[in-house]
Design a protein around this ligand. Sequence first.
Ligand code: CO8
Length: 372
Amino acid sequence: HSVVISGTGIYQPPHTITNAELVEAFNRYVDQENARHADAITAGVREPLTYSSVEFIEKASGIQQRYVLEKTGVLDPARMYPRFTERPDDQLSLMAEIAVDAARKALDAAGRTGDQIDAVLCSAANMQRAYPAMAIEIQQALGAGGYGFDMNVACSSATFAIEQAVNAVRTGSAKCVLVVNPEITSGHQAWNDRDCHFIFGDVCTALIIERADTATSADQWEVVGTKLATQFSNAIRNNFGFLNRCEDSDPNARDKTFRQEGRKVFKEVVPLAAAHIEAHLATLEQAPTAVRRYWLHQANQGMNQLVIKKLVGADASADVAPLILDEFANTASAGSIIAFHKHRADLAAGDLGVICSFGAGYSIGSVVVRKR
Ligand code: CO8
């Protein structure tokens, strides 16, 4: 079967944290920590923490603000992470709640109802719990049939899930698939680490993927091809996991949240991503310059500029590779899908586009689509 993306949806959290607010809270945390360790710092056995700056953040990343589900905990220098209330088992969980919101919007866009979905893939950089799968809770909340499962490929969770959804439709295992990417990055972000405290934001994206011959949406994108690749790297890593308790490790240790060697990631991933996209397009007998739009992973403005430069030999205009990270920051797997959601209405029938993610793993996933 020919397969299309027939609708997308996005849940945008209610709270914004500007760079100024973020840096102000971070610098208060620095003052507090340095005062707490004043004796050790004076004795020369401890390095003082240093201030963050809005100028650095904007220049190094292009990020202007981020959306979060809860901001008081993040901006409280005595806490530095969100404050969520634990919910009883019989109440919809937080991750499922934002997934259902984005999914309903995608269903509306595709002209579908929940009962017409027969597979749910919940794919994100972290899951709220081990089991039952988030996808099965979302399936029930939407009144969907078939089956659901969770998957995690960090920043490439969405593109990898798209390939699974496309294959499910192609083989007849499902007719209409929901791919949903609830990214509550604020829960695993190290808000008290100057090197990365500005990087992430929360969001949820959703896509409906179905058979082209029965799709009724006015806005359909044929999936021309998908290509996935992984290559092991420790440059982006989070050691949080179910064996932490058995290892008697400190649940609050630095390595139990997101950490990365930003420079190394930048240098290693740019050539990998550009070569991946080029090779993928070559198998489809398409030149990178034939692509009308690139919806790239949203981690760093300079990174996307370089990927485009390598691909088409020119500077990336917002028209060729739109950015959403100024407004949303890095939203892990959801970034390229937000870009696709917000920046496709002006394309014409026959136009080619590439959705591409890259990040932890390393993992890279590209999806070539053509407007119908
Ligand atoms: N304020 C002021 N100065 C700072 C700050 C700050 N906040 N932070 C660092 N500096 C200083 C450093 O100390 C350094 O000073 P010096 O030169 O004196 O040593 C200087 O600024 C330069 O530091 P860096 O080399 O670290 O700065 P970069 O220019 O490399 O910028 C970035 C840092 C923005 C992190 C950049 O390297 C980057 O964006 N790299 C790409 C990273 C990337 O794409 N990562 C993929 C992200 S992973 C992902 O997308 C999903 C992961 C899985 C999900 C996890 C969800 C939580």
